[in-house]
Design a protein around this ligand. Structure first.
Ligand SMILES: [Zn+2]
Length: 305
């Protein structure tokens, strides 16, 4: 799989002049008002290999102390009637003519902006607790996500995140682990996990869930989850839908496999998924929507390429 081809071939549609999109997550009370608006997911993966277990790594698993959820108190906190921006990255690298990538220097500028402006990066557990249980988070909270699991996430993004003491989530295509040279290896994933990065599912083969039968959906959700859980010795509960695609069956399958929260980039109403995540809805927005509606307008400045 040539990622450059894949990334070029996709996703040159109108609104997506931005590499970095921002999702918005809206609290429970505004569930019915919100719509999903976001981008294509730009990576294609051939529907071929299944997850192969990495025996070496599985036998060498050490108990990892995963990051504990923090309790946020004091004045500068907010509850889930307010939103949290989710930054949405893929590859952190430069490629001429590919505006879907964020070069390392630009990524660093963006992280520096967040740091200088007092932002706290939340883990997905903290995000979930905020949404589902209304646990407060700092007013200036943000969630950083990277889809697909490119090797440059380790080589370029990870050092920057560490430099600023930030956490992020990688939604990983599990069939690529140790199989595709441009993607993260199990060793890299373990290092990132040990630091406190969230490694979560992006299915086995970057599957379009809405095109799969229920049984196939179950298979990819189960296999990707189990692979990461064995590798990292932690619970995997979250997923980003490849291409933002999902359907009713996918939601049933996610429930059946023990997922708690799913992220989409597709332009669609989220009302259908209320039965999945009953207490809240995830609303994703383009940065240009954010500019109009968000209070944190300056975020836009760091997202433009
Ligand atoms: Zn993807």
């Amino acid at each position: 799989m040539e990622r450059s081809d894949n990334m070029k071939n996709k996703n040159i549609k109108g609104l997506i002049a931005l590499v970095l999109l921002i999702f918005f997550i809206i609290g429970a009370h505004s569930v019915y008002k919100n719509k999903l608006v976001s981008s294509n997911d730009q990576k294609k993966v051939d529907n071929k290999s299944n997850v192969k277990s990495d025996k070496k790594n599985q036998t060498n698993i050490k108990k990892v102390e995963h990051v504990k959820d923090r309790e946020f108190t004091g004045k500068n906190i907010k509850y889930n009637s307010q939103s949290i921006p989710i930054l949405y990255y893929h590859s952190i690298d430069y490629e001429k003519g590919n505006e879907l990538r964020v070069p390392k220097e630009r990524f660093r500028e963006q992280m520096k902006y967040l740091k200088d402006n007092g932002y706290t990066t939340l883990t997905l557990n903290e995000l979930y607790n905020f949404l589902a249980y209304n646990k407060p988070v700092p007013n200036k909270s943000v969630v950083i996500t990277l889809d697909d699991g490119y090797k440059d996430n380790y080589e370029n993004a990870f050092p920057v995140l560490k430099e600023f003491g930030f956490k992020a989530t990688v939604f990983m295509i599990t069939s690529s682990i140790n199989n595709e040279k441009d993607f993260l290896t199990s060793s890299e994933l373990k290092q990132m996990d040990s630091y406190g990065m969230d490694i979560e599912s992006h299915t086995v083969n970057h599957d379009k869930l809405d095109r799969l039968t229920y049984d196939k959906q179950i298979q990819t959700l189960k296999d990707s989850k189990e692979f990461l859980e064995k590798l990292l010795n932690k619970k995997v509960k979250y997923i980003a839908y490849p291409y933002g695609k999902w359907n009713e069956n996918a939601i049933k399958a996610l429930k059946a496999e023990g997922y708690s929260m799913a992220f989409t980039t597709a332009e669609t109403s989220y009302e259908k998924s209320i039965d999945f995540i009953k207490k809240f809805v995830i609303c994703l927005k383009y940065i240009n929507t954010l500019i109009r509606k968000s209070k944190i307008l300056r975020i836009k400045n760091i997202n433009l390429i």
